[in-house]
Design a protein around this ligand. Structure first.
Ligand SMILES: N[C@@H](CCC(=O)N[C@@H](CS)C(=O)NCC(=O)O)C(=O)O
Length: 205
């Protein structure tokens, strides 16, 4: 299996964490240029996005899809809590907000840092306000959310939240406010070997 992505990408990190937790061997193909308009540069992703998982002729698009495929290929007995296992509305909403915040990070990084568009445009102002409000929403509920998670080795919610929070620390994007529950969650999850082995970095390609 070959993963196309970047070591600086939060969606890519999510897939890599799942591969390590599931003890699945993965080759890594760094996407050299995020501004490229060539599908081949993204492993054939028709949306010019990453990550993409290539398994021979097959391609798996999207981080969650990839995580599910990797969990199927697990060489251990990893038990994963997916969104459909979440019976409590707040938890399902929390997952949706984490996806939304991850998309906002992509919008901010691509639009401001790569495309060099003006930061005061409402498109980015709205993304920043929404991102801060999502972090506040999560901060206010996190201890209860975590208590309500079913027994598991790994949950998509925690892994994606970790990738989001560490990406904000790595690339900026949010307001810089201290949110103690989110911080201590990030510190705890960061002790996993799958987390420390996937620290963000800029690929040299
Ligand atoms: N829903 C997609 C989102 C993927 C995504 O937005 N990836 C970012 C990198 S973290 C990307 O491709 N950015 C380049 C771009 O937006 O053109 C997934 O789950 O994989």
């Amino acid at each position: 299996m070959t993963l196309y992505g970047r070591s600086s990408s939060h969606f890519t990190r999510l897939a890599r964490i799942f591969a390590l937790e599931a003890a699945v061997e993965l080759r890594f193909h760094p996407v050299a240029d995020m501004t490229s308009l060539s599908f081949d540069d993204y492993g054939g992703h028709p949306g010019l996005k990453m990550p993409l998982l290539r398994i021979g002729e097959d391609a798996v698009f999207g981080a969650e899809n990839i995580c599910r495929r990797l969990a199927l290929a697990a060489t251990n007995d990893l038990s994963v809590t997916w969104t459909e296992h979440l019976r409590w509305l707040d938890l399902r909403n929390a997952q949706e907000l984490v996806w939304q915040a991850m998309a906002a990070q992509t919008q901010l990084v691509f639009g401001l840092q790569l495309a060099g568009l003006p930061a005061d445009n409402v498109y980015f102002a709205k993304a920043r306000v929404g991102l801060s409000a999502i972090l506040d929403w999560l901060e206010a509920r996190l201890p209860r959310l975590l208590r309500r998670l079913p027994k598991r080795d790994l949950s998509l919610f925690e892994a994606s939240l970790f990738c989001l929070l560490t990406h904000i620390a790595f690339r900026g994007g949010a307001d810089g406010a201290v949110r103690p529950h989110l911080q201590s969650f990030m510190d705890r999850f960061g002790l996993r070997s799958s987390a420390s082995a996937t620290a963000y970095a800029f690929d040299r390609v």
